[in-house]
Design a protein around this ligand. Structure first.
Ligand code: CP3
Length: 352
């Protein structure tokens, strides 16, 4: 049996309940800006070894919780574990980002893709989830996550990161039917992966659609949002006697917050290119909002960080339903003490 939650601010804010202060966590909160992370990463040898070792994955998940006293933990893993389990052969070369040895090139590759059993080829992720839940001992809720079907497809077709998305967009415009088959498979894989995470102990879910914002409005709806809708409809929304809130995050998706809210999700991640007051007007009142400090603010002085935190809190205002976060992942070269300044400013300035 897992321990009862001592701090449920994050879960309550996502249900738009009144809270004593605004909960705060940080996308990519475990990572290379932390010296203690770099030590464990070196011990593991490479990034995938770190992800696939439940004890080490648990250790790095808890590092930012211990250091900053954040209000939520996020599973230490990566969105690319699914395509790796599909057989695309993922590696991370130092300084180069992810690469797939067997990317998707044509319809035959898509047809041959298996939908992984999360309790088999992705069991190491579920073991990490249950280990983290045990070690958290109820301190804060644990967020499980995946990539969106579209964002996964960009990496699977481009064979890694991309600047112009020429291959995946080439496929979108020349052979949309094949892309739809791929997205359908990704959606099914994501749904069973997220449900297995909830079964293993994840208490909230987040879908990272890092690259939805490179699509035109109609293509965003057809190739990204439609598949996130399947996920919202298909994932477990209640476990251990509580709701399991689902947050969707499309980077550069500020103009589509109304459409995203209509999926029936609980929260929307918002990047820093839209003011939270405008985001609220656009999203309506059915969802909580998460965000949206520009991650580069953390390169500034402690005084400027406090000023910028206050601007974000003020732009949201007093209504319930705000989860403080950066508008995207924390940068690698940020001074961790600047994150302490940010977290303390949120706690102090949002106290009701
Ligand atoms: O938020 C957290 O702390 C949980 C862990 C997490 C990681 N990746 C760890 C990681 C999460 C939630 C992700 C999500 C992820 N991964 C996304 C979506 C969110 C976003 O940032 O847009 C994407 C697009 C990926 C794919 C990915 N993984 C890339 C492009 C890279 C290379 C990045 C780089 O700067 O080199 C990774 C590797 C990765 N994932 C690292 C970490 C801590 C760094 C790898 C290392 O330690 O060498």
């Amino acid at each position: 049996m897992n321990a009862p939650l001592k701090n449920d601010l994050y879960l309550r804010a996502l249900k738009r309940e009144a809270v004593e202060r605004t909960p705060v966590w940080v996308m990519r909160q475990a990572g290379r800006y932390l010296p203690e992370y770099k030590r464990v990463r070196a011990q593991a040898g490479n990034f995938m070894n770190l992800c696939s070792n439940p004890e080490l994955a648990c250790e790095v998940t808890l590092q930012p919780i211990d250091r900053f006293n954040l209000d939520a933990a996020i599973l230490f893993s990566d969105i690319l574990t699914i395509p790796d389990a599909m057989g695309l052969d993922l590696t991370f070369e130092t300084g180069e980002g992810p690469r797939f040895g067997k990317p998707i090139k044509n319809r035959a590759d898509v047809d041959a893709l298996p939908i992984p059993d999360p309790n088999d080829s992705l069991k190491y992720v579920m073991d990490a989830v249950s280990t983290i839940r045990r070690e958290l001992d109820g301190r804060v809720p644990l967020i499980g996550f995946s990539g969106s079907p579209w964002t996964l497809a960009t990496y699977m077709v481009e064979a890694g990161g991309s600047k112009d998305f020429s291959k995946v967009k080439g496929l979108l415009f020349s052979d949309p039917a094949t892309l739809h088959v791929l997205l359908e498979k990704n959606a099914q894989a994501v749904i069973s992966y997220l449900n297995a995470q909830v079964e293993a102990g994840a208490q909230a879910l987040m879908v990272f659609d890092t690259w939805g914002g490179v699509l035109s409005p109609t293509n965003y709806q057809e190739f990204s949002l439609a598949y996130m809708q399947q996920i919202v409809d298909g994932v477990t929304r209640h476990a251990e006697g509580r709701d399991v809130p689902v947050t969707l995050f499309t980077k550069n998706g500020g103009q589509w917050l109304d459409l995203m809210a209509k999926t029936g999700c609980d929260g929307l991640g918002v990047d820093w290119t839209i003011n939270l007051a405008d985001a609220r007007l656009r999203a309506g009142d059915s969802v909580a909002l998460q965000g949206n400090l520009d991650p580069s603010v953390l390169y500034g002085s402690p005084e400027s960080i406090r000023v910028e935190v206050k601007k974000v809190l003020d732009s949201y205002g007093d209504a319930p339903g705000h989860v403080f976060n950066l508008g995207h992942g924390i940068h690698q070269y940020v001074n961790p003490e600047h994150l302490t300044v940010m977290v303390e400013a949120v706690r102090e300035l949002s106290a009701r």
